[in-house]
Design a protein around this ligand. Structure first.
Ligand SMILES: CC(C)(COP(=O)(O)OP(=O)(O)OC[C@H]1O[C@@H](n2cnc3c(N)ncnc32)[C@H](O)[C@@H]1OP(=O)(O)O)[C@@H](O)C(=O)NCCC(=O)NCCS
Length: 172
């Protein structure tokens, strides 16, 4: 199922045929540098793919989605919306991860902007966050480019993070 489109990108639910490309992404130590669990094995990647096939099992409107470069129909990464409970509060995070070959072309920013609009307009969410390793400058830059601001630092089972957030503007 297709979720959303931007000028260059299509975001859709995973299909089982995405496994080789998703594994190539998740087994790259540079891509996974800021993820405490590190690279994933083929089995672990397969488990995650299955988990997200129809959207997040507990929140099917959210999830990680295959990110396709429309001009060539290539799988270039996975982006999406993830549910968390932080300090007892339900939060929705914009997530983005692209294969290295596609970095530096504004594609993560384009995906994140598309996801932000989808979250506001289709899902009617008014607040979005990003949980980022403090050293992940590229991710912080993407977050700020889509209007997020630093809110607080925190600590979870994966270690310390910085939390960026953005609020949907109120229509007057
Ligand atoms: C984070 C990530 C998605 C960015 O993808 P991208 O497509 O290269 O991002 P964009 O091209 O949209 O660039 C966004 C901005 O970040 C900047 N940027 C990119 N890499 C950077 C780096 N290493 N250090 C500082 N800024 C950087 C870009 O210059 C750009 O800013 P600008 O427009 O002012 O020049 C990509 O690096 C990635 O997949 N990383 C691994 C997964 C990850 O860490 N995800 C985030 C988890 S919170």
């Amino acid at each position: 199922m297709n979720i959303l489109e931007t000028e260059r990108l299509l975001l859709r639910h995973f299909v089982r045929e995405d496994l080789p490309e998703l594994y190539a992404l998740y087994s790259d130590p540079v891509v996974r540098r800021f993820f405490p669990e590190g690279t994933l094995s083929l089995d672990e990647t397969g488990e995650e793919l299955e988990w997200f096939l129809g959207g997040h099992p507990r929140h099917p409107e959210l999830g990680l989605w295959a990110t396709i470069y429309k001009p060539t129909a290539q799988f270039i990464g996975r982006c999406g919306l993830l549910p968390w409970t932080i300090d007892g509060v339900f939060e929705v995070e914009i997530a983005y991860m692209l294969a290295q070959a596609w970095w530096g072309q504004g594609l993560a920013t384009e995906a994140a902007l598309g996801i932000r609009e989808y979250a506001y307009e289709t899902l009617n969410l008014s607040r979005l966050i990003c949980l980022i390793d403090a050293g992940n400058q590229a991710s912080i830059r993407v977050a700020t480019k889509i209007g997020m601001q630093f809110e607080k630092t925190g600590f979870d089972d994966k270690g310390p993070y910085v939390l960026y957030s953005v609020q949907r503007p109120t229509v007057k």
